[in-house]
Design a protein around this ligand. Structure first.
Ligand SMILES: C[S@@+](CC[C@H](N)C(=O)[O-])C[C@H]1O[C@@H](n2cnc3c(N)ncnc32)[C@H](O)[C@@H]1O
Length: 215
């Protein structure tokens, strides 16, 4: 199994992806992106999108939400800002250059945190999950969508083979669900509440920040 991606590999990869990202990754990931946004809209209110990229999801949120996006890639964010400047997305409040490992938001700022196709490629997924947990309100949710490791069979073998060859592209096909579940188990105020398949080959995972035990 390969190790987590490092920050400079991801930054270099997404600087290269930015000019072609919407054309290549727009259609192929659209169902996963929409499923996560729909789950977030069901909660509504202030939504943080971690790894917002070029803002491909902006169309997927309804007007009653207030979206803040963060991403560490300036070239990806420039595309997102261009979409905002079109005036078509008044529900998108801001997009900010920020590392998901160290967010500048106060505790319990958001009703929901969404991360589409991000958690498998950050340098420290558990730290990012803990940051998402910190900035979401008690009772709020963290919604992830990703391709996750198939674990068995031919698909798993292909993913292990591809893992070594796609790192420079900022991709990681062999990230196991068990790591997400283990993070929730290690956090007394986090509960795994949903894990479901989204066609064609994605998984949506939802955690709830349960009210503080001390409260
Ligand atoms: C595969 S793209 C997904 C973009 C968007 N969520 C989508 O669905 O199209 C992954 C994004 O995560 C961003 N990213 C990776 N690591 C990050 C980190 N530590 N902090 C913030 N953004 C990060 C990358 O710059 C990139 O824009």
């Amino acid at each position: 199994m390969s190790t987590d991606l490092d920050r400079s590999t991801v930054e270099t990869a997404y600087a290269r992806w930015a000019p072609i990202y919407d054309a290549v990754c727009g259609p192929v990931m659209v169902k996963g992106r929409r499923a996560a946004a729909a789950a977030a809209c069901a909660i509504g209110g202030k939504i943080l999108e971690v790894g917002v990229g070029t803002g491909l999801s902006f169309d997927d949120y309804d007007a009653g939400t207030e979206i803040t996006g963060i991403d560490m890639s300036a070239p990806m964010l420039a595309k997102a800002r261009a979409k905002m400047e079109s005036g078509r997305y008044p529900h998108v409040r801001d997009v900010l250059q920020m590392d998901a490992h160290r967010m500048s938001f106060a505790d319990a700022t958001f009703d929901c945190v969404v991360a589409q196709f991000v958690i498998t490629l950050v340098a420290n997924p558990e730290q990012v999950l803990s940051e998402c947990h910190r900035v979401v309100k008690p009772g709020g949710r963290i919604i992830l969508v990703n391709h996750l490791y198939s674990e068995v069979g031919v698909a798993a073998a292909v993913e292990r083979w591809a893992a070594k060859r796609t790192r420079a592209l900022g991709l990681r096909p062999e990230f196991p669900f068990a790591r997400l579940a283990a993070w929730a188990q290690s956090n007394a105020e986090a509960a795994l509440i949903e894990r479901r398949k989204v066609a064609p080959f994605y998984t949506l995972v939802c955690f709830e920040r349960t009210p503080s035990i001390a409260a």
